[in-house]
Design a protein around this ligand. Structure first.
Ligand code: HEC
Length: 159
């Protein structure tokens, strides 16, 4: 009887461990189709958080458009110092003056993907999920690279 209980306990511990590692196992690779699936279906980004210093709709600059919202996942949010943790994702909704959604730009931190430029996978999607450009576009990296010391992030200042 005692033995049964121990086995039961072990099963519960194993189950908890598997549940805990579940989120990690599901992280997408650095490709635009799996990332789109992840941010719209597996872990819908609209349920994520905002940086404390950049909440909700904010005015923006070129090239991204006049208004935007930047959603961040838990790993980004829990990163207190740059560089942010691997698995961090930032999703930026870009709106025109009429507040219509025009594009979704994403930065995804992938271990070993592009070490010389902060290991970010970059992508710009249409609101329907068509990706262009994506990967390591010189444009995205060139502009965000001005803040490489802040891990290429422009809307949130690490203190
Ligand atoms: C000419 C400069 C420039 C280029 C090129 C550029 N960005 Fe940005 N990006 C910005 C600025 C400025 C912000 C701050 C928010 C704003 O003003 O819209 C920003 C913010 C972001 C954010 C929100 C997180 C952050 O860094 O603060 C994401 C995600 C993003 N850009 C993705 C991209 C992607 C993907 C590309 C390439 C397809 C790209 N950007 C190209 C200037 C640029």
């Amino acid at each position: 009887m005692k033995r049964m209980t121990m086995t039961g306990g072990l099963l519960i511990i194993t189950a908890c461990f598997l549940a805990g590692s579940h989120a990690f196992a599901e992280m997408p690779g650095p490709d635009s189709a799996s990332l789109w699936n992840y941010i719209t279906k597996v872990s819908p980004y609209q349920q994520w958080s905002f940086w404390p210093d950049h909440q909700g709709v904010q005015p923006g600059r070129a090239p991204h458009g006049p208004f935007h919202k930047v959603y961040v996942n838990e790993r980004a949010l829990n990163s207190v110092m740059p560089p942010v943790q691997y698995g961090s994702i930032e999703v930026k909704e870009n709106y025109n003056n009429a507040k219509e959604l025009k594009a979704i730009t994403v930065m995804y931190k992938v271990h070993g993907y592009n070490p010389k430029d902060g290991d970010w996978f970059w992508v710009k999607y249409t609101p329907e999920g068509k990706a262009k450009p994506f990967g390591k576009p010189a444009g995205c990296i060139g502009c965000h690279g001005t803040r490489a010391s802040n891990d290429f992030i422009l809307v949130h200042e690490f203190k």
